[in-house]
Design a protein around this ligand. Structure first.
Ligand SMILES: NC(=O)c1ccc[n+]([C@@H]2O[C@H](COP(=O)([O-])OP(=O)(O)OC[C@H]3O[C@@H](n4cnc5c(N)ncnc54)[C@H](O)[C@@H]3O)[C@@H](O)[C@H]2O)c1
Ligand SMILES: [Zn+2]
Length: 348
């Protein structure tokens, strides 16, 4: 159940109604002082037991070791199967707390309160959770649906712009693979309204969640569509050693994968221009830090989880809002699109 409402923290009773009397808030060390401490205090005023557990922020802490530490702390606090986890944070926290809730005492209730834009429109939707391993991201995890997802755009007031961008890219992706009219409203959405408290932003978040939920409900075949831009994007993140953020890399990945669709005669060149314009409007830099080695990038893409028989696959789009599917692309077409990327997006 997704509930989108303002000032969620001002009504702590509504967060916990129907979920028992013991609550473990899980957060990270950035979000905890801004919102976690206050939620703990407010819950403690109600007739329930509440605890706050936080871990250092950042992807590098999305590990089994962090999960184990949190579990130890919860067990030492005497928390049993009658405890409800409240995940309060970005996607790292919702992934971590979701996985923990799925396995703690063989599964306990879970509420997600995403505080980053990416977590609101992407990470908290679809039931996937997990932690990273040195051999790859999200390799260990589960599918576990939360009892509630509470979304409040007010949290975004404290989110830095570069983090907002990561969310905007996924929203634009949802328009491209799922809903042409949504894409058009992102095109129309005035740039000045990037300010976080706008009701329009709230509506756009709600629609983005709806698109992702609908795609997920159609099963794994369709879920692949959410990987649009990500075969190239993940490889770029990896090759630039994360100098490009996830959003920056996926934005470029969406352009490269759109260029492949143009080269194959599916997508109109003018649609690629529209995708580029909307990404630029949401302040995505669309620049490579330096020229990329095409062979090195190809070698990384071969390891992508969607590859079959060492051949990478890409989500190709026919038109904005109308994807084809996830498929192999002949190497010369891939190389041509990557060369286009170097020529168009590298200033060196
Ligand atoms: N489960 C899924 O389906 C799914 C989908 C997409 C992404 N993810 C995962 O989500 C993670 C990325 O999520 P993210 O971009 O939210 O990263 P994140 O959780 O690291 O949050 C980004 C940064 O913003 C801070 N932050 C969060 N909310 C804030 C707020 N309101 N005010 C100030 N600072 C705030 C965090 O402390 C962190 O420093 C990745 O681990 C990714 O694998 C999961
Ligand atoms: Zn992504």
């Amino acid at each position: 159940m997704i509930i989108i409402r303002q000032n969620i923290l001002k009504d702590p009773k509504s967060i916990i109604t129907g979920l028992g009397s013991k609550f473990a808030i899980i957060s990270d060390e950035n979000v905890s002082p801004i919102y976690g401490q206050a939620l703990l205090k407010d819950l403690s005023k109600l007739d329930v037991e509440a605890f706050l557990f936080s871990f250092p922020s950042g992807e590098i802490y999305k590990t089994r070791a962090t999960k184990e530490r949190l579990e130890d702390q919860m067990l030492e606090a005497g928390l049993g199967p009658d405890t409800c986890v409240i995940a309060l944070g970005g996607g790292v926290v919702t992934d971590m707390a979701g996985f923990l809730a799925a396995t703690y005492c063989r599964g306990i209730p879970l509420v997600l309160i995403p505080t980053s834009l990416l977590a609101m429109v992407d990470a908290s939707i679809g039931g996937k959770n997990g932690v990273d391993h040195p051999l790859g991201k999200n390799l260990i995890g589960s599918l576990y649906e939360p009892d509630k997802i509470l979304i409040d755009a007010g949290f975004l007031k404290s989110l830095p712009l570069h983090e907002l961008r990561n969310g905007f890219v996924e929203m634009i992706k949802h328009g491209i693979v799922g809903d042409q009219r949504y894409f058009e409203s992102l095109e129309k959405y005035p740039s000045g309204l990037l300010s976080a408290d706008s009701p329009l932003l709230e509506r756009m978040i709600a629609q983005s969640c709806r698109i992702k939920s609908q795609i997920v409900q159609q099963g794994t075949g369709k879920r692949h569509l959410l990987n649009f831009g990500h075969t190239v994007g993940h490889a770029l993140e990896n090759l630039t050693q994360y100098e490009l953020s996830h959003g920056e890399a996926v934005a470029i990945g969406m352009l490269v994968e759109s260029q492949m669709a143009v080269n194959l005669g599916h997508l109109k060149p003018s649609s690629l221009d529209r995708i580029k314009a909307v990404l630029a409007k949401y302040t995505l830099p669309l620049k490579l830090p330096s020229e990329i080695s095409i062979d090195a990038l190809l070698n990384i893409m071969i390891l992508d989880k969607k590859s079959i028989n060492s051949r990478p696959r890409f989500v190709l789009i026919n038109e904005i809002g109308s994807p084809l599917n996830c498929r192999h692309v002949e190497e010369p077409v891939i190389k041509n699109a990557l060369q286009w990327m170097n020529d168009a997006l590298c200033s060196h």
